[in-house]
Design a protein around this ligand. Structure first.
Ligand SMILES: [Zn+2]
Length: 212
């Protein structure tokens, strides 16, 4: 996969998100970019979830800050998408569908419908994946695909997640409005972050005890 890049324009915020180029980005807590992509939506069980993928630009920037796409490639795609809005919107819709299918599959690897749908996108990614010289002695994967490139890069990373990681070790945060998923190989992690969801829950439990 593409190596991580420094997020030079990130403005650090206290909570679940930070800002890059004026766009709110969710923090990486999943332990794998495939899980962090699932976490671009928070509040999976809520009637009105918080979706960080608001526009094609959000998708391209997310792929870049997650190390799946070079920053200059993401910037070029955003420029191209500005004049091809319908195409960008269609890819964004595909990305959200893929995100929901990927979440279903990591939480239930026996979900055949989710597997078939994830396979469609992973197949397109596989057709566009090639090994290119890496920064060190080993080559790395690069996934093409024009405007679809951020989605295909995510799908390619997701194929690694699905085949290389122990999916029985994927946990989901029970925090209000959260539901973020993460790798939890030791089975000891309850929250996406103790600092955000864990403390919020403790504060609420404390207030409820006082009311009682
Ligand atoms: Zn949480």
């Amino acid at each position: 996969m593409v190596s991580s890049q420094a997020v030079t324009s990130a403005e650090v915020k206290g909570g679940h998100w930070f800002v890059v180029d004026g766009l709110a980005m969710p923090r990486a807590v999943g332990g794998h970019p495939g899980l962090d992509f699932v976490n671009t939506l928070a509040g999976w069980a809520e009637a009105e979830p918080s979706d960080y993928l608001k526009t094609y630009d959000h998708l391209a920037v997310w792929a870049s800050v997650s190390g799946l796409l070079e920053a200059d490639a993401a910037a070029a795609l955003r420029r191209r998408a500005a004049s091809r809005k319908a195409e960008g919107d269609a890819i964004l819709k595909d990305a959200k569908r893929f995100r929901a299918d990927l979440r279903a599959l990591v939480l239930d690897p026996a979900d055949g419908r989710a597997l078939r749908r994830v396979n469609c996108v992973v197949g397109r990614a596989a057709a566009r994946a090639e090994l290119v010289p890496g920064p060190g002695p080993a080559p790395r994967w690069s996934v093409g695909g024009g405007l679809e490139r951020p989605l295909l890069a995510v799908a390619w990373a997701a194929s690694e997640l699905l085949t290389q990681e122990d999916l029985s070790a994927v946990g989901a945060c029970p925090g209000d409005g959260c539901g973020w998923v993460f790798l939890d190989p030791r089975g000891r992690r309850r929250w996406c972050s103790m600092q955000w969801c864990g403390n919020r829950s403790k504060v609420r439990a404390h207030a409820e005890r006082h009311r009682a």
